[in-house]
Ligand binder design. Structure first.
Ligand SMILES: CCCCCCCCCCCCCC(=O)SCCNC(=O)CCNC(=O)[C@H](O)C(C)(C)COP(=O)(O)OP(=O)(O)OC[C@H]1O[C@@H](n2cnc3c(N)ncnc32)[C@H](O)[C@@H]1OP(=O)(O)O
Length: 218
């Protein structure tokens, strides 16, 4: 499989690896990798997933879509790179840093005192009866809780535990306020809290422990 220029697919970790402690070696960000329309490409994929969630295609249409998708997958096969060099996760100019696996969020404010974000669950995040799947709510809390820990400690952390209390239903297709902050820390243990609000209404709360990784720890 070919990689993007000067990059190879799935390079094993070695002396020159661009990562440390389970994540990228530094929090270097970029708005360049993937090019100026990378965000629009991701948005189109999200839109496609929205359509797939609700579509009931005829067998003929399903076959047609399969053929189109095969062609698109073959195109991306020519440009696959390893996880440390892909744009995903560092494009701070894009929702969720360009990470398509996350519910799209925008950071309004972030620092050692916490993270203030706006998250919008998409139609494909449907759980049932028109509202978000609880697992997707947990993913948003995990990423933004991890970000609050990272900004407090100035390094990377992994989730030890994460508890979500679902207080009321979480709507789709509506900007919601998600806040996370480090309540206290003891050594490598960062106790992080979070809230998700639809206006004044509390949808969910998070109580989590993030453990700061030791140098070189996976
Ligand atoms: C580009 C811009 C970037 C911006 C920022 C990007 C943000 C991205 C954010 C992405 C975020 C995504 C994040 C993700 O999704 S991370 C993915 C999900 N998490 C994991 O896969 C973690 C799996 N677990 C482990 O790897 C290890 O267990 C870790 C590393 C967590 C700790 O193993 P380690 O061997 O290192 O440490 P230790 O065992 O000596 O424990 C140390 C202390 O912690 C206490 N303890 C441990 N576990 C628990 C527990 N469950 N409840 C209560 N306590 C617990 C333990 O008792 C001890 O306490 P004490 O005896 O010292 O008092």
């Amino acid at each position: 499989m070919k990689g993007a220029p000067d990059q190879q697919w799935n390079v094993p970790a070695g002396e020159n690896s661009q990562h440390e402690g389970g994540f990228r070696a530094d929090l270097a960000v970029t708005t360049e990798r993937g090019g100026p329309t990378y965000g629009e490409m991701i948005e189109q994929v999200r839109l496609f997933m929205d359509k797939v969630r609700y579509a009931s295609p005829t067998p003929a249409l399903a076959d047609e879509v399969i053929e189109d998708l095969k062609k698109l997958n073959a195109k991306l096969d020519t440009m696959l790179v390893d996880e440390w060099t892909s744009p995903s996760g560092t494009r701070i100019d894009l929702p969720s840093r360009g990470n398509i696996t996350l519910p799209p969020y925008e950071i309004r404010d972030g620092g050692p005192d916490g993270v203030d974000a706006t998250v919008t669950f998409r139609p494909f995040h449907l759980g049932g009866n028109g509202v978000a799947h609880g697992g997707h709510v947990a993913i948003a809390f995990d990423d933004l809780g991890g970000m609050a820990a990272a900004l407090k400690l100035g390094g990377v952390a992994r989730t030890g535990y994460l508890t979500v209390n679902y207080r009321s239903l979480t709507p789709l297709q509506k900007p919601l306020a998600l806040r996370t902050w480090v309540e206290r820390f003891e050594g490598r243990k960062y106790f992080v809290r979070g809230t998700l609000h639809d206006g004044d209404r509390l949808c969910a709360e998070m109580d989590a422990l993030f453990i700061a990784l030791k140098p070189g720890q996976a």
